[in-house]
Design a protein around this ligand. Structure first.
Ligand SMILES: [Zn+2]
Ligand SMILES: [Zn+2]
Length: 149
């Protein structure tokens, strides 16, 4: 299993401009959530980063509220990959409400990885498939020890 490398690394200024771009106030909690998700190499469960942020003195409920707000404003997408686990990731700057790239889920260990470098375009013939607001998540399932991109 090779680790996917994410060249992106949001600076404080970049995180602030993301928030300003959607008309949100730049609170330290929101910026911390954005930077945590940006640093992650795969979609994060809240438990995966909330605890570590609490170690920096953030209040748990503040972090969860920030995550919800970021999700509602479209900065962060909540992935629905068919299991009961909530996973979040930062949306690419150009977005249509879905993450825009496929995800790989290991059927053995449940690991989820972003398959960056793949562009997925929804080209449905029906109008519905092109309607804004229709989210398209592509999920590839397999065994992670056999998976290498
Ligand atoms: Zn696995
Ligand atoms: Zn992803």
């Amino acid at each position: 299993m090779t680790k996917g490398s994410k060249p992106r690394r949001l600076t404080l200024e970049a995180a602030k401009s993301v928030l300003r771009g959607v008309g949100m106030r730049c609170t330290t909690a929101r910026i911390a959530v954005i930077q945590s998700l940006d640093a992650a190499e795969s979609p994060m469960t809240p438990a995966g980063f909330v605890d570590s942020l609490c170690e920096y003195g953030f209040d748990k409920s503040t972090i969860y509220r920030s995550l919800t707000e970021l999700n509602e404003s479209g900065v962060v997408v909540r992935l629905d990959l068919g299991d009961a686990v909530r996973r979040f990731e930062l949306l690419p700057l150009k977005n249509d409400g879905a993450s825009g790239h496929p995800h790989f889920m290991c059927v053995d260990c449940g690991k989820v990885v972003c398959m960056s470098g793949f562009d997925v375009e929804l080209k449905g013939r029906s109008r519905k498939a092109r309607e804004p607001g229709i989210m398209c998540e592509i999920l590839v399932r397999g065994h992670c020890h056999e998976y290498a991109i």
